[in-house]
Design a protein around this ligand. Structure first.
Ligand code: GLC
Length: 388
């Protein structure tokens, strides 16, 4: 964490990987703050105060900040349409992390400082990412999920189950161009180009709304305390109403030709994401765990948790978000399992995560069959094992 730390114009933050990801990323910084909270809460707070510096007027927190442009790294130059930030966001984990920090150190000054940005951020999602008012937020680009080339997005991108990393990247670059054409009007962009309601994103959203209610309560903001509690409940209901089928939650998109929502029944770790937010009933949770997580032909691989089921035609043990294990995903799954009392299974996944780091080092992702380390080196997310 210290090696990856940078301070630019007093803004202290951590690079996910100096060689591959030499900038500040939104959900990475949330993970970093969780990790840093085990060492020094001041650094955890600084990481979050840095990531909100470039918040847009409409409340969106961009998913990337280019504090300093790098030319000698692996990261491709992407024309987002803005000079020093990207123009999309990432899973809204900010409130969750602020709450984790607050539980360790009930520092109301820090809370007061960051709270207005949090309110603007979550209200942005409510106002601009839910145009149909079904209480679920939408993505304008798969990258907003944090799982850039996950097979969940294949159909919406018009891609077959098997395609190259490059083909996928091109499709996502096209969406960035469309976003520019729409002048970053997400509602317009979602209507015309890409519209996807993702399960992990919405589960994370629901959990964070609930936490926003708690944070509002700490600041005696009664109105927002009730407001966010209500919105969290509605997000939970929205997920159950539109995504649930036979005990499993599936991401959805609106098919304008058919005039209805379509479920994307591609089996990825997203099946376990609602556990993180306490959305399934105990009976549904038991089913999800037994049927998928403990199934040797699906997710019970030698190294867990693969991001895509072995049974999917798109499964690829070494391709980014199309099969490999990511420690960030394991963290979400472990939190979800503990919430439902699956402590032994949670422990198994935590120990498996530790053994991956021991075997292959702090790599970005890992082959779920062999444990081989892949992608970026000196990658920070491994530190999340501290919090599992
Ligand atoms: C990749 C990941 C994304 C992460 C970023 C920086 O794009 O898919 O989730 O935020 O790298 O680590």
């Amino acid at each position: 964490m210290l090696q990856n730390r940078r301070i630019f114009k007093k803004h202290q933050h951590t690079l996910p990987s100096p060689q591959t990801y030499p900038y500040q990323w939104l959900w990475d910084s949330c993970f970093h703050a969780i990790i840093l909270s085990y060492f020094d809460l001041k650094d955890a707070k600084k990481e979050l105060l840095s990531v909100i510096q470039k918040q847009f007027d409409n409340g969106m927190v961009p998913h990337m900040i280019y504090w300093e442009k790098e030319t000698k790294t692996d990261f491709p130059v992407i024309e987002w349409g803005k000079e020093d930030t990207s123009t999309i966001t990432q899973p809204p984990m900010l409130a969750y992390v602020v709450w984790e920090i607050f539980k360790k150190d009930p520092d109301k000054e820090f809370l007061k400082k960051i709270y207005p940005s949090l309110v603007k951020f979550y209200n942005y999602f409510l106002a601009e990412r839910d145009p149909h008012r079904n209480h679920l937020v939408s993505l304008v680009n798969p990258d907003e999920s944090g799982e850039d080339n996950s097979p969940r997005f294949d159909v919406s991108l018009g891609l077959p189950a098997k395609h190259s990393f490059e083909e996928n990247f091109q499709k996502r670059l096209e969406l960035i161009e469309h976003n520019k054409e729409c002048n970053f009007d997400t509602v317009l962009c979602m209507r015309n180009f890409f519209w996807f309601k993702d399960v992990p994103m919405n589960a994370i959203f629901k959990e964070n709304l609930e936490i926003m209610s708690k944070l509002s309560g700490q600041l005696a903001d009664k109105e927002n305390e009730a407001f966010y509690q209500d919105k969290a409940e509605r997000a939970r209901e929205g997920m159950r109403e539109l995504m649930l089928e036979d005990k499993v939650f599936w991401s959805i998109y609106f098919d304008s030709e058919k005039g209805s929502f379509q479920k994307v029944k591609i089996k990825t770790w997203a099946i376990f994401a609602p556990l993180f937010a306490g959305i399934p009933t105990k009976e549904e949770a038991d089913y999800i765990v037994e049927r998928f997580l403990l199934n040797n032909s699906e997710f019970n691989t030698p190294f867990m948790v693969p991001t895509v089921s072995l049974a999917e035609p798109s499964f690829d043990a070494s391709n980014f978000w199309r099969g490999p294990v990511w420690i960030g995903v394991n963290w979400f799954v472990v939190k979800g399992l503990k919430r439902y009392g699956y402590d032994n299974l949670a422990k198994k996944i935590t120990e498996g995560s530790l053994s991956l780091l021991g075997k292959s080092g702090f790599r970005e992702y890992f082959n779920p069959l062999t444990g081989e380390g892949l992608g970026a080196k000196d990658f920070t997310w491994g530190g999340l094992v501290l919090d599992m």
